[in-house]
Design a protein. Structure first.
Length: 353
């Protein structure tokens, strides 16, 4: 038996339980601020509870979504600007979820790192809480994993999980038909897709993250960390007003791959397509810079990025004007992109570049 010295501790292996406890204590107020009807209890349990009846549902269908923020994390880590990356995490999940017609109810996060830095982790989770509060869902739980040897110094990873609900029979898309109008909601920038390509373009440009942005004020890193726009409250208001038949969140696959997901399956009489007028809006400067620097062909640009349109609503023609006004009143920049026509996939008219 060995005597005369202290035994090995978990902290000696690189895991600081006290730091984890300190993080939970620090983020409790931010999580509590996201409480909404249906929230039960708080952080710290083995599981998180939510009361659907208290949230006002009578015959609910649950909808779940999970996502991350991809290699946008690399820019956040390299620049130290981590305060809004949590908003991206929430947005990527809840913007997907609302496309089913569901109201986001609660959110859980997973944060993993090699060595837990309480201040950094708290700033990230506080960003997550802000995204939850802004989209009306409660941050009711999560996991912080300190895993030495799995991540390089300063690195971390994030994943998010959102659960929402709708009353039975209210799921979307539903009833999409020829003649329906496509309404596009402006994006805030690149959002959280295509960042492996973005980072390659920045490398080709020879610019550093702290260099002045060539397409807007501020540094290049800060510009590219502009958080993903949250569309939940605005889109739910449109759904409740009536006339919304489908929604497409423009994420990976860009404008080419995402809108067709709202279309009904083709029949023996043919199919439907989303006809989009590329001259209906101006390509934002960030995308023009990316396209010019990389010498991108227009089709490649359209299937890689949102190109300035972060969400598309398919609406009944006789409701298009009223829903446009409603969304504008909710703070959205709305563009009438085109309509549903006979065909397949996306049919582009005009030019973007």
């Amino acid at each position: 038996m060995t005597t005369g010295h202290n035994g090995l501790t978990y902290a000696d292996a690189g895991v600081d339980i006290d730091a984890g406890n300190a993080l939970v204590d620090r983020i409790k107020p931010a999580a509590k601020a996201t409480n909404r009807p249906g929230t039960m209890g708080g952080l710290g349990g083995f599981g998180a509870l939510f009361d659907l009846k208290a949230a006002g549902y009578k015959d609910p269908i649950l909808v779940a979504a999970t996502d991350g923020v991809g290699t946008k994390l690399r820019i956040a880590i390299d620049t130290g600007h981590v305060d809004t990356i949590g908003v991206d995490l929430v947005a990527m999940c809840v913007n997907d979820l609302v496309c089913q017609g569901a109201e986001p109810l609660f959110f859980l996060d997973y944060f993993a790192t090699g060595k837990l830095e309480v201040d950094q982790a708290a700033r990230i989770v506080e960003g997550i809480a802000k995204g939850c509060a802004d989209s009306g869902c409660a941050l009711i739980g999560g996991e912080t994993a300190e895993m030495p040897g799995m991540y390089h110094k300063g690195d971390f990873d994030l994943a998010g999980f959102a659960v929402g609900a709708m009353e039975r029979g209210q799921d979307l898309p539903r009833g999409v038909a020829k003649g329906d109008v496509l309404l596009g909601l402006a994006s805030s920038g690149v959002h959280s897709n295509g960042y492996s390509f973005v980072r390659k373009v920045v490398e080709l440009s020879g610019l550093g993250w702290d260099a002045p942005s060539p397409f807007c004020e501020g540094s290049l890193g800060a510009a590219l960390l502009t958080p993903t726009r949250l569309y939940v409250r605005q889109v739910l208001a449109a759904i409740r007003a009536g006339g919304v038949r489908g929604l497409a969140h423009i994420t990976g696959g860009g404008l080419t791959e995402n809108p067709p997901r709202v279309l009904p399956a083709p029949t023996e009489n043919g199919g439907l397509a989303c006809e989009i007028d590329l001259g209906a809006w101006d390509l934002p400067p960030v995308f023009r810079w990316l396209a010019t620097t990389a010498n991108m062909a227009e089709p490649e640009l359209l299937k890689t990025f949102n190109c300035g349109i972060g969400m598309i609503l398919v609406v009944a023609e006789d409701r298009a004007d009223a829903l446009t006004a409603l969304l504008q009143a909710e703070g959205e920049t709305v563009t009438r992109l085109g309509r549903i026509v006979e065909g397949q996939g996306v049919i582009y008219r005009g030019r973007l570049l």
